[in-house]
Design a protein around this ligand. Structure first.
Ligand SMILES: Cc1cc2nc3c(=O)[nH]c(=O)nc-3n(C[C@H](O)[C@H](O)[C@H](O)COP(=O)(O)O)c2cc1C
Length: 245
């Protein structure tokens, strides 16, 4: 097709990296490409914190799981949703930003996610690999303390990047027929389609080289979505200035 689409189709999360550092020039190239992402109303509500300090890395690796790859990867980034800069911009114009709207939370979170996915794609296009680390939200306040993240900014997720020292299989995605609807949200409960996909995932989990297991997609989602999910997030976000009004 073309190289961009080829790279996108090759994505798989990488959690084991060669010790080789990522060249500074490459880091800049990746992050400047990432910044080209679309941004809601040109707000550019994303700040990236690169964590170099081994002690901070170790603490984040621990609270995130533990997830040792956070400490081991050559490049670890934390993507923050940032409304502080907008507040600053308003102040510079002698205006007061209205705060606490759910819409602002969505704008900033989406902006961070778009920059992050551009980062992942740019990195992959240059032969690097990586993995998102939502695990930092296990203890977002500690991440804020470690990285001195102020109010009106919150860490959405981290990302490990580096040269892959692993070659995992690609995880099959839902068939497009299930994900894509035409003109309306038709047939929301297509059990048959999901059963077929379960079979595909079952084969993937059974055949993959490492950590193979007897599992499928609905079981996996069932295990996850039937328990509490980081219930501290609401109070944490409110405290950081992201009320939901
Ligand atoms: C926002 C987000 C947070 C994630 N957090 C973690 C994480 O904390 N640890 C981890 O090992 N993988 C994490 N992942 C990776 C997913 O598990 C992975 O993308 C998914 O299982 C699909 O696999 P693939 O990326 O290999 O295709 C995260 C992915 C996203 C998008």
């Amino acid at each position: 097709m073309n190289q961009v689409i080829e790279v996108m189709g090759q994505h798989r999360s990488i959690r084991k990296f060669k010790e080789k550092p990522v060249e500074e020039k490459l880091v800049r190239t990746i992050l400047e490409a990432a910044q080209c992402a679309s941004t809601s109303n040109f707000i550019q509500a994303c700040t990236i914190i690169r964590v170099n300090d081994p002690d901070k890395r170790a603490q984040i690796a621990e609270l995130a799981g533990p997830q040792p790859w956070v400490a081991q990867c050559p490049l670890f980034l934390v993507f923050c949703a940032d409304l502080k800069r907008s507040d600053q911009a308003c102040g510079m114009c002698g205006l007061e930003m209205v705060k606490g709207y759910t819409e602002q939370f969505i704008i900033a979170t989406v902006d961070a996610a778009l920059v992050a996915q551009n980062t992942m794609l740019a990195a992959e296009s240059l032969g690097l690999g990586g993995v998102y680390i939502g695990g930092i939200r296990n203890d977002p306040q500690k991440v804020c303390d470690l990285l001195e993240i102020p109010d009106l900014v919150y860490p959405v997720f981290g990302m490990c990047l580096g040269y892959p020292d692993d070659d995992p299989e690609r995880k099959p995605r839902l068939p497009l027929e299930i994900v894509l609807k035409e003109d309306r949200y038709a047939d929301p409960s297509d059990d048959n389609g999901l059963s077929v996909y379960d079979q595909t995932c079952c084969e993937y989990y059974g055949q993959r080289g490492s950590a193979n297991r007897d599992d499928n997609w609905t079981q996996q989602i069932g295990r996850m979505m039937c328990k509490e999910m980081r219930p501290h997030m609401k109070a944490f976000l409110e405290k950081k200035g992201f009320e939901m009004k």
